[in-house]
Design a protein around this ligand. Structure first.
Ligand SMILES: *[C@@H]1O[C@H](CO)[C@@H](O)[C@H](O)[C@H]1NC(C)=O
Ligand SMILES: *[C@@H]1O[C@H](CO)[C@@H](O)[C@H](O)[C@H]1NC(C)=O
Ligand SMILES: *[C@@H]1O[C@H](CO)[C@@H](O)[C@H](O)[C@H]1NC(C)=O
Ligand SMILES: *[C@@H]1O[C@H](CO)[C@@H](O)[C@H](O)[C@H]1NC(C)=O
Ligand SMILES: *[C@@H]1O[C@H](CO)[C@@H](O)[C@H](O)[C@H]1NC(C)=O
Length: 648
């Protein structure tokens, strides 16, 4: 209530400046074509209600990189001295002027102040508006878009405008031109179709968001027991031998590891037990801690590889590898709406909980004097973020707008400042994008095309965000023995190819500059600017890789062999969680954002120098000495990583 009063004063002051005559609308964002698979249908009904979010421009983002390096770079005297949530919220909060000006415009346009809620991080204004109101506010025309394969529906417009004076104060508005709404049903071609065509290797088509690929089911009797056979099947034992890490043996209460899943993807409890019975007997009955975000449920109505593959894979391996440390499952989105990465970030943003003007007397009673620069109660997000967060879902960078991606990327920066390691799988289509799509031409409006016909490389998001650790995939070389071969691994070329390349949106971060420039110099790729941004000024990915081939998983009561960077990310996350365990046990902080340490100490990784990541009718890039855009710096060498991180 109090804040309303505060703002109505400010609102009055700015009101005159918001008149249409002196302050015409200017186009803020536009897109000329919907992402592949989305078909424009009828106009949205004018009385339908849209949940509008306005992302306000934040302060101090230009300092964020330095602040993150201060707590993450191995040579910094402040290494590991992470920020707390309330300090982060105040450091980046939009200025009072920004908030007041945008609110004043809304009020003058007929959106009464009491309808508008502001997040406690102060970064967002949210309200519900009819389509008619939204179309008037943003000079936009909303249509329903339908996905040709999944039938999913989404509200979007082709462009929208804001008053000229507010252009610099608003990052973007949703829902508008972004197709971020839902991360749900898997790529039909790569999953269900594969189920029907066991052994079929080539995948293409579809807009999928990743997900592991099933090659074939295997009879229980064929599960390997011999470590010398890790080139044929990967089990938790194989991973421990490959990366030289022991089973976990302590459970520090300060440690935590989170796996993110998007409904209706769901794990099957009996699958966990089947897996545990064979690979981690003590864990039979063990379940992840469930943090449900936006109505997230572990649905058990629809059961198939399509619905259970990702969650079963992630949890069977993560839970086994870090046991007795518990794993937290962030189950995001309900069965109707689904959810996006931003919904997940809202759920763990410790500075985002109650809204201004909220009528909750309990909450209101805890507020300090609102006129004294209220910054929001601390740690009031729905869930605290875990120390490591692994996500095996991804978009194509080309699916979303740069403004939207920058904004989300900055949220990963804040998580890094909090001491959280954020991992994303790098994609399974080599230099092509989800569903093996490439881009026809340059620029944000260039359309997609079938990757087998060539086209420009299609990097993944958020793999190209410099504040996440992007995880690529390796495999054991056919015939190699993990017990005796010096370097038994190569880039994954079985069923999937490790996602890698260069961002078209994000600049080259300084921590990676010498690795990337060194690679261009020593191994100039046989491509031109027509294939990818070869200016040596954009972010390269992945950063690190881990095995992503032949994983044995229990799924819907059977055993299957699965593939993907979807497997690599939770495996790397497990290893980082074991390192956090050791650091926390010796009174140190979590490792947080690891890239600056990783690039400063490439020797703690097993360099991968064989294999390619084909796509877009090319051989893609080649794994080679040092960092490369196929396997990054290489795979983890746990003893070396542990020694290094314990020395910091
Ligand atoms: C956050 O850290 C600052 C020091 O930077 C400290 O003054 C403040 O009390 C801390 N807040 C919480 C909630 O721990
Ligand atoms: C391993 O799984 C199979 C089912 O595939 C089951 O029959 C067997 O009992 C399990 N192994 C153990 C040790 O329980
Ligand atoms: C899941 O199952 C329900 C009930 O059988 C069905 O109505 C629904 O369409 C299914 N959902 C999907 C995404 O297939
Ligand atoms: C790429 O775009 C050009 C020009 O718009 C078009 O003629 C061509 O057919 C497109 N190529 C593919 C493979 O879609
Ligand atoms: C490559 O990235 C740089 C830096 O962002 C940019 O200036 C340049 O226009 C990009 N080149 C292409 C072909 O997109």
């Amino acid at each position: 209530m109090f804040v309303k009063t505060l703002f109505s004063v400010a609102a009055f002051a700015v009101l005159t400046g918001a008149s249409p005559v002196t302050n015409p609308h200017v186009v803020h964002e536009k897109r000329s074509s919907a992402p592949i698979g989305w078909i424009k249908r009828e106009p949205l009904e004018s009385r339908a209600v849209l949940p509008i979010s306005i992302a306000l421009a934040q302060e101090n983002l230009d300092k964020g990189y330095e602040w993150l390096m201060e707590v993450s770079h191995p040579t910094s005297s402040k290494y590991g001295q992470h920020w707390n949530a309330s300090d982060i919220a105040s450091a980046f909060a939009p200025s009072d002027d920004t908030v007041a000006a945008v609110k004043a415009w809304l009020v003058s346009a007929g959106v009464a102040s009491h309808r508008v809620e502001q997040s406690d991080s102060r970064g967002w204004l949210k309200f519900k508006a009819t389509v008619e109101e939204a179309e008037e506010l943003f000079k936009a025309k909303y249509h329903i878009y339908e996905h040709s394969e999944t039938g999913q529906q989404h509200a979007a417009c082709e462009e929208y405008s804001v008053p000229a004076s507010l252009k610099e104060k608003i990052d973007f508005v949703t829902p508008t031109v972004h197709f971020d709404a839902k991360l749900r049903a898997r790529d039909e071609n790569s999953l269900e179709a594969r189920e029907k065509k066991p052994g079929h290797d080539k995948t293409r088509g579809g807009p999928g968001h990743g997900g592991p690929k099933l090659k074939n089911w295997i009879p229980y009797a064929n599960i390997i027991k011999q470590l010398k056979d890790c080139d044929k099947q990967i089990t938790p034992w194989c991973l421990r031998v490959l990366y030289k890490f022991p089973p976990g043996f302590t459970s520090n209460p300060k440690n935590s590891y989170g796996i993110v899943e998007y409904t209706p993807q769901a794990y099957v409890p009996s699958d966990l037990d089947l897996f545990f019975k064979n690979f981690s007997m003590k864990q039979v009955g063990d379940r992840p801690i469930l943090d449900s975000i936006d109505g997230g449920v572990v649905q058990q109505t629809n059961m198939s590889f399509n619905f259970n593959g990702e969650s079963d894979l992630d949890l069977e391996y993560a839970m086994t590898l870090v046991y007795p440390q518990k794993v937290t499952l962030y189950q995001v989105g309900d069965e109707v709406e689904g959810a996006s990465f931003n919904d997940f970030l809202d759920g763990i943003d410790a500075s985002y909980c109650t809204y201004e003007g909220g009528d909750d007397p309990v909450q209101d009673a805890t507020y300090p004097d609102p006129y004294g620069g209220y910054q929001g109660p601390k740690d009031c997000g729905k869930y605290a973020p875990t120390k490591v967060i692994s996500t095996s879902y991804g978009y194509n960078e080309h699916d979303l707008t740069p403004a939207y991606e920058q904004r989300q990327c900055n949220e990963y920066m804040k998580l890094g400042m909090l001491g959280v390691s954020v991992l994303y799988s790098s994609g399974d289509y080599g230099v092509a994008g989800n569903g093996n799509t490439c881009i026809n031409g340059t620029g944000p409006d260039a359309p997609y095309q079938d990757g087998t016909l060539g086209g420009r490389f299609n990097p993944s998001f958020p793999g190209g965000c410099p504040y996440v650790t992007s995880v690529g995939a390796t495999q054991v070389k056919p015939g190699a023995n993990v017990l005796t071969t010096t370097q038994p691994e190569m880039a994954c070329e079985t069923v999937i190819y490790s996602g890698g390349g260069f961002s078209n949106v994000f600049p080259l971060p300084s921590y990676q500059a010498s690795a990337v420039k060194g690679w261009f110099k020593a191994h100039p790729p046989p491509y031109t600017a027509a294939q990818f941004n070869n200016s040596q000024t954009t972010r390269g990915f992945p950063d690190i890789s881990a095995n992503g081939a032949n994983y044995v998983i229990a799924i819907d009561g059977q055993w299957g062999l699965v593939y993907g960077t979807s497997a690599s990310s939770p495996t790397l996350g497990s290893i980082l969680t074991l390192i956090n365990e050791a650091r926390l046990n010796s009174g140190k902080s979590s490792i947080g954002f690891i890239n600056p340490v990783a690039y400063a100490h490439p020797q703690v990784f097993n360099d991968i120098t064989e294999g390619n990541n084909p796509g877009c009718a090319t051989d893609g890039f080649a794994a080679t000495t040092g960092w490369d855009p196929v396997t990054g710096l290489g795979t983890p060498n746990f003893p070396k990583m542990l020694k290094l991180f314990l020395s910091l």
